[in-house]
Design a protein around this ligand. Structure first.
Ligand code: OOG
Ligand code: NI
Length: 308
């Protein structure tokens, strides 16, 4: 499917020096399209509705355990190696999370949002579960080093957990439980709504279109999350539930990945530009903590049986 494309917007050719990172990202996306039917279906619906549009990815997001060797840096190195720039740090005290986003070296590549759970702030029972699968520091460093390789292969770097351990984590942090069963799998991909040629009415119209098609959105904090400056608008589906195999041979449906939509409006200083003069750099960049806080709940909502 065209959904395999990683591409940014604009429809320009992919620069030569992006070839390898584009290939790696396509590889990381492959298991995501495979295990997230809602994402694949949303892309298909958009392609059918906007046949002339080149569907671009605004950002990709990963989740990690914030332990030495396994945290944000165990994903970030791939991007900084390919000239991404580390940008703002965001914190989510109630969820015990921190995150950082990385800007691409050219607008054809997606931004990257990487978060980690502050393991040392969890209860001792939950910490013991995380440390059991991460192993002692040297082992954890090895798992972290090959974390993205495991993402390419569609496996977790650690052994399948026991159902009991999974439930211990899930009771305390849905995020931690998500990382335990999903590992370095892509958490979500985000469609750049502002690049959808032919869309009138922006993200609100897009949400309505997808809701009419039967897609279920994360309505925590409202259907569309709007930044205080009014220039970054985001929405997301409730995560798909995926079948996870546990150490004792049990299988359960657990929250997997989801798809997000982001519309970046033109910054006031560039409002004089004609629509065809507007480039990605003229639009609101970055992320918004309050919105992100609710977008994290796209997987939490999938953990509730009544949303199946
Ligand atoms: C990340 C949630 C935040 C955004 O764009 O602000 C986010 C996650 O669920 O891991 O995606
Ligand atoms: Ni996101």
């Amino acid at each position: 499917a065209a959904a395999a494309a990683v591409g940014g917007g604009g429809g320009e050719a992919v620069p030569e020096d992006s070839h390898l990172i584009q290939g790696i990202l396509s590889g990381i996306l492959a298991p995501y399209w495979e295990s997230t039917p809602t994402a694949e279906a949303a892309i298909s619906a958009l392609e059918a509705r906007f046949p002339e549009a080149l569907i671009g990815i605004d950002h990709l997001a990963f989740r990690t355990f914030g332990l030495e060797g396994l945290g944000i840096s165990s994903v970030a190195y791939l991007f900084t190696d390919f000239d991404y720039t580390r940008r703002d740090a965001l914190t989510f005290p109630a969820k015990k999370l921190r995150a950082c986003w990385y800007a691409p070296p050219d607008p054809e590549l997606p931004r990257v949002f990487i978060s980690e759970i502050k393991v040392e702030e969890l209860s001792s029972a939950a910490q013991a579960v995380v440390r059991k699968y991460a192993g002692p520091p040297a082992a954890a460093a090895l798992l972290g080093k090959y974390g993205l390789t495991s993402a390419l292969l569609g496996v977790t770097p650690w052994c399948p957990p026991s159902l009991e351990d999974y439930e211990t984590l899930a009771r305390e942090s849905e995020y931690a439980a998500w990382v335990l069963v999903n590992g370095y799998a892509l958490n979500h991909t985000t469609i750049a709504v502002h690049r959808l040629r032919g869309l009138e009415g922006g993200i609100e119209r897009l949400n309505a279109f997808l809701q009419e098609q039967g897609f279920t959105f994360n309505e925590a904090g409202g259907l569309t999350k709007v930044s205080p400056d009014g220039l970054l608008l985001q929405s997301s589906t409730v995560a798909d539930r995926v079948s996870a195999c546990f150490a004792g041979g049990e299988t359960r449906l657990v929250p997997g990945a989801y798809i997000e939509f982001a519309e970046r409006l033109v910054l006031p200083e560039f409002s004089h530009l004609k629509p065809d003069e507007v480039e990605e750099r003229h639009r609101r960049d970055g992320f918004e903590t309050a919105s992100a806080d609710r977008i994290f709940e796209s997987t939490t909502l999938a953990a509730k049986p009544d949303t199946v």
